[in-house]
Design a protein around this ligand. Structure first.
Ligand SMILES: Cc1ncc(C[n+]2csc(CCOP(=O)(O)OP(=O)(O)O)c2C)c(N)n1
Length: 347
């Protein structure tokens, strides 16, 4: 755990050496695959295949290293619209994930229960109370799973997030509140979002530890998330982690950062890019060599090509599916409308 150094103020120590070699290599592989897929998704938007896309460039360490700490059989991740690399790390079908960006399906076309990754949620702060509710249910069922709730610095101002933190604090729910503070909530900077100095500092008021980590340091993120999960699983209650990172790309493909932020700031953060940083740390620790990097890149490129071809050729869903997932058990009225749709619109 470490405090944040402002851009250009020198590097914070890398803790990659603290990760077992195999974990660090897997995290690097997933970070690189996410980076390449992110780049491909932007290209697909430019080509008109996706109406819009939301890049996570620069946040790969925060996402992959936190998700890699989860127990994929027991835990559950509640994402926003920017957690593509969390989905990838948890093994979500990425063609199904990107179906949302191709406007084929709301919230992703994958099984959230099987993948332990909730539906993509565009409501700022929305997934956070869901995580608390799920975690409480898990304990009532006598199970040992923990929830991780992803949210941004902007979301931290939402009432939903405060209610969820307070509820989890009072009931000791097994939740990791994982805030990716990427410095900007669209065009609103941290300075206009946080009066008390940090988001982690708010945790004290909810009766839980608040931890600040360098979100561009994969090992620091991984270790902090693992400790918070261990604490939650053993009955210690929730933790708030604030991962300090930076959104290197625009908010979305519809955004223009030149209208609100300085190029110099972007360049300073570019130098703290988590991907080459982990690559260098792996090399220096003797965990990776040229052959490793070549092999990982070939594999990542092949995976991205498969996903690109899959999403470009994915068939549109049946219109009658509009009615399928509104409720777990369809109401009579919805069943009637679905029947009519099948008879009259899609005979
Ligand atoms: C409840 C709600 N209010 C407003 C919006 C519009 N909106 C979309 S993204 C965004 C900024 C969110 O910033 P942050 O939480 O920091 O996450 P980031 O996009 O940086 O990952 C806003 C205000 C929304 N989607 N939902």
């Amino acid at each position: 755990m470490q405090t944040h150094a402002p851009p250009g103020a020198g590097s914070t120590p890398d803790r990659t050496g603290a990760l077992p070699a195999e974990s660090a290599r897997r995290i690097y592989r997933d970070m690189l695959t996410a980076r390449l897929l992110d780049t491909e998704a932007i290209a697909l938007q430019r080509q008109g295949v996706f109406p819009a896309y939301v890049s996570l460039r620069g946040q790969e360490a925060a996402q992959v290293a936190s998700a890699a700490a989860l127990d994929r059989d027991r835990d559950f991740a509640f994402p926003t619209y920017r957690e593509m690399a969390v989905a990838l790390t948890l093994g979500v079908d990425m063609v199904g994930y990107l179906a949302s960006h191709r406007a084929l399906w709301h919230g992703g076309r994958y099984d959230p229960i099987a993948s332990r990754f909730g539906s993509i949620n565009a409501v700022v702060g929305g997934p956070v109370p869901h995580a608390v509710g799920w975690a409480l249910g898990e304990r009532l069922r006598g199970e040992t799973g923990c929830a991780i709730a992803y949210f941004g610095d902007g979301a931290s101002s939402q009432g939903d997030v405060h209610e969820a933190l307070n509820f989890a604090g009072v009931f000791g729910s097994p939740v990791v509140f994982f805030c990716q503070n990427n410095r900007w909530a669209l065009s609103v900077p941290n300075e206009r979002q946080i009066a008390g100095g940090s988001i982690a500092a708010r945790a004290a008021g909810y009766g839980m530890p608040g931890i600040t980590v360098d979100g561009n340091d994969a090992a620091a993120v991984h270790n902090a998330t693992r400790s918070a999960l261990d604490r939650a699983r053993s009955g210690g209650g929730p933790t708030l982690i604030e991962a300090l990172t930076y959104r290197l790309a625009p908010h979305s493909t519809s955004d223009d950062t030149t209208r609100y932020r300085d190029r110099g700031e972007e360049h300073a953060w570019q130098e703290r890019d988590p991907l080459p940083r982990l690559g260098t740390a792996l090399e220096e620790a003797g965990h990776a060599d040229t052959a490793f990097f070549e092999q990982i890149e070939d594999g990542a490129r092949a995976a991205v090509e498969r996903i690109r071809d899959g999403i470009a050729t994915a068939p549109p869903p049946a219109g009658s599916d509009l009615f399928t997932y509104v409720y777990r058990e369809p109401t009579e009225e919805l069943a009637r409308q679905q029947r009519l749709w099948r008879e009259e619109v899609e005979p």
